[in-house]
Design a protein around this ligand. Structure first.
Ligand code: UD1
Length: 429
């Protein structure tokens, strides 16, 4: 799939933010841990969610998604704890099935996680925690197999504040015997959301959102009805879209505190930020000023907003830097920005952006999900018609991205064949 877009329009208006993809994936995994029906609301309609639900169906979970943003799940009749269909290999969060199935059935077999190629992405911390809870683990044909006679609470210290490991270990520990402590836990908004959801099912989790999470195991989890939080990264992407197109965009609904790191940087770059209730309005200015950014675990600047920030810095006056401290392979979009005339350079984990005037349209390829979204922003800020290939990545994590952008005045078309691309160029060129 490709986007064909013509840059130059300042985006303006209000955009509705969907449920958080990364929270949804953890919450869906939690939902299969009960034998009772679980209803999840504000579910984003993105490909990663569809893949997860597909994997559920294949192991016997009843999935009723008759409404686009609401799913009813009943996992009383799961007939295998082995989730190894080809689709689950494609998404990173397939690994949450390890924690969920191990917790519920004391056995789990899941294909090794895929997802974006943004670095080495090991899961040693997940496995260390599972072992401490009493599981033995083996790898077989790129499948992770976990087995436990019983799961017993443990004191787990994570070597790094891993989002995936924190959620996975919470999932397993809520049905373990006794008390578990996860130290150096990740604090991202979706950790708190998954914990709240599990607690609404009868789990006993305290401290989610802080460095130390304490869990008291329970016998079973019951059904629940739960609404997912708004997507911090989707909202941040639209905020950045306002900045790079010198527009005026309101994102709603959002939880303002989740956006603090992003809002702070946008203000430093000269944008006006107006917070009101469950919305933030970003008013772009004719000139953007450079700044220095370092990605960090929450509440620091999110690595998932790093490429979008790279686009903003390549349009800003002065010299700006981004230090990527979470994933080692997250600057692949920089080569694409160079094709648009950006003056950028990557030295190890630091990218340097120098002012180089307006970006120019180019033929681009999305290297991964967030980089793909960032290159859309670049295309919308550039002079001329840009074609972005590899848009399937973007569809994994953004619901109706092109439609939402059009609602703000962007000229962007989602298209497939070469012929369509030519037609689309004619339509908007
Ligand atoms: C999740 C998000 C992803 C986001 C990232 C950081 C999902 C589905 N994905 O990814 O969008 O970019 O958090 O906010 O929610 N690490 C290890 N060993 C482990 C686990 C992690 O070395 O066992 C390292 C990773 O290589 C990385 C760092 O820890 O350098 C953080 O990774 P982690 O927080 O686990 O990211 P993911 O859960 O993969």
């Amino acid at each position: 799939m490709r986007y064909v877009m013509k840059g130059g329009n300042p985006l303006a208006g209000e955009v509705t933010i969907s449920g958080a993809k990364n929270a949804a994936l953890g919450i869906l995994a939690a939902a299969i841990m009960s034998d009772e029906t679980v209803i999840i609301e504000n579910l984003p309609d993105v490909r990663d969610v569809a893949v997860m639900l597909e994997a559920f169906r294949e192991i016997g979970v009843l999935v009723d998604r008759s409404e686009r943003h609401r799913v009813k799940i009943n996992a009383a009749n799961i007939f295998t704890a082995c989730a190894d269909n080809p689709s689950i290999k494609k998404i990173r969060a397939g690994y949450y099935l390890l924690g969920a199935l191990l917790g519920k059935y004391r056995h789990a077999e899941v294909s090794m996680p895929g997802g974006c190629n943004i670095g080495n992405r090991p899961i040693d911390q997940h496995l260390k925690g599972f072992r401490m809870l009493g599981a033995v683990h083996e790898n077989n044909n790129s499948r992770v197999i976990l087995d436990a006679k019983e799961l017993k609470g443990a004191h787990i210290f994570l070597d790094m504040a891993s989002v995936g490991a924190t959620i996975n270990l919470m999932l397993a520990a809520v049905l373990a015997k006794g008390n578990t402590t996860i130290e150096n836990a990740a604090k991202e908004p979706h950790i708190v959301d998954v914990a709240n959801m599990l607690n609404s099912m009868g789990a006993k989790i305290k401290g989610a959102g802080m460095d130390t999470i304490r869990i008291t195991g329970v016998e079973r989890l019951h059904g629940t009805e739960y609404a997912i939080i708004p997507d911090q990264i989707e909202a941040g992407t639209f905020m950045m879209a306002a900045a790079v197109t010198r527009g005026d965009v309101t994102v709603r609904p959002i939880i303002p505190t989740h956006m603090d790191a992003i809002s702070a940087k946008l203000m430093e770059m000269g944008c006006e930020i107006i917070e009101q209730g469950d919305s933030i309005r970003v008013v772009g200015r004719p000139a953007l000023y450079s700044c220095n950014v370092k990605t960090q675990p929450y509440p620091g600047f999110p690595t998932d907003m790093q490429p979008q920030m790279g686009v903003a810095l390549s349009l800003a006056e002065g010299v700006g830097t981004i230090t990527e401290s979470i994933f080692e392979n997250r600057f692949k979009y920089v080569d694409e920005l160079s094709k648009m005339g950006a003056d950028t350079e990557v030295k190890g984990s630091v990218a340097i952006f120098k002012s180089s005037g307006p970006l120019k349209a180019a033929e681009l390829v999305a290297p991964d999900l967030r980089a793909g979204a960032a290159l859309v922003l670049a295309g919308l800020a550039a002079e001329g018609v840009t074609v972005l290939d590899g848009v399937d990545y973007v569809l994994r994590g953004y619901e109706d991205f092109d439609e939402k952008l059009r609602g703000l005045g962007a000229e962007i078309i989602l298209t497939d064949s070469e012929e369509d691309v030519a037609q689309s160029k004619l339509r908007i060129g």
